[in-house]
Design a protein around this ligand. Structure first.
Ligand SMILES: [Zn+2]
Length: 179
């Protein structure tokens, strides 16, 4: 998994090109589903399974990736966002809800122990099948985390730096170009 920071930056990077200047600072009066907070929340939604896993088993990894990293959750999120949007925005809002949640699983499908190596994959079609699907090579390094998700550690320093640069640099560029 990328960290919540990596997922947040990737979600903001996806939305930012479609938003006006000042969007990140809340200086635009746009609909709730277009806000940076919504992008970050949807982009991290599948990782709520970490909390569920911790509550059930006492370890965040036990059920991580089992039930929430699939196309079904992305479709459900898209539907909920569409239903919460105004009638003229409904289709676009729903598509964005779907895209941001699907992006999460797509990024997780690109995670592996070594950059450029094999990926671990996610069960993207659960509950139809438990088969995992991964991208051909890892472009995000796997984070090591303990029972309470202690992801900020020296063991993860290079992985955290890599994902911050990977998503943060283009995001910063998009913001700068909007000046
Ligand atoms: Zn995840």
């Amino acid at each position: 998994m990328p960290s919540p920071l990596g997922h947040s930056l990737a979600s903001l990077l996806l939305r930012a090109p479609f938003e006006p200047k000042g969007w990140l600072l809340g200086r635009t009066s746009s609909a709730w589903w277009r806000s940076p907070f919504t992008a970050v929340a949807l982009g991290n939604l599948p990782d709520l399974d970490l909390i569920g896993s911790w509550l059930v088993s006492g370890h965040m990894a036990t059920y991580h990736h089992d039930f929430t990293h699939n196309i079904g959750l992305a479709l459900a999120a898209g539907l909920m966002v569409a239903l919460g949007a105004s009638s003229e925005d409904r289709l676009l809002a729903g598509l964005w809800g779907f895209a941001l949640v699907a992006l999460h699983s797509l990024l997780d499908a690109g995670v592996g122990p070594l950059l450029g190596g094999a990926t671990l994959g996610v069960p993207a079609l659960w509950p139809l099948t438990n088969q995992t699907y991964g991208l051909p090579w890892a472009f995000i390094q796997m984070l090591h985390f303990g029972p309470n998700a202690e992801i900020v550690s020296w063991a993860n320093a290079s992985a955290l730096l890599h994902e911050t640069v990977l998503f943060g640099a283009p995001f910063a560029l998009v913001l700068w170009l909007k000046k």
